[in-house]
Design a protein. Structure first.
Length: 96
């Protein structure tokens, strides 16, 4: 184990330096934890098919074509609920 010696630093100077380092680390950690995955549970293909009221094959086809964005974890496919909502587009009424 290495030893670090700090000379010619007052306690107040060390305190200021340590506070800056801690604030920087905390802000970096906070920005990383604000990802889109936080507080969301991945939905399965079956979940997506049930929610959208479509066949599971359609879920697979839409994922393959890029209409739905999927995430893989150890061979398992999952979908974020928020991204499912983003895939939906409003239907405009036809004008007669």
């Amino acid at each position: 184990m290495s030893t670090i010696q700090l000379n010619n630093f007052s306690l107040e100077e060390m305190s200021v330096v340590m506070e800056r380092v801690v604030r920087k680390v905390l802000s970096e950690t906070e920005s990383k934890s604000n990802s889109s995955f936080e507080n969301e549970i991945l939905l399965t293909r079956k979940d997506v098919a049930r929610i959208l009221q479509i066949h599971i094959t359609t879920v697979h086809n839409w994922t393959k074509s890029g209409k739905l964005k999927a995430y893989k974890i150890e061979g398992r496919v999952g979908y974020l609920p928020s991204e499912l909502q983003q895939c939906l587009t409003p239907v405009r009424p036809q004008q007669s």
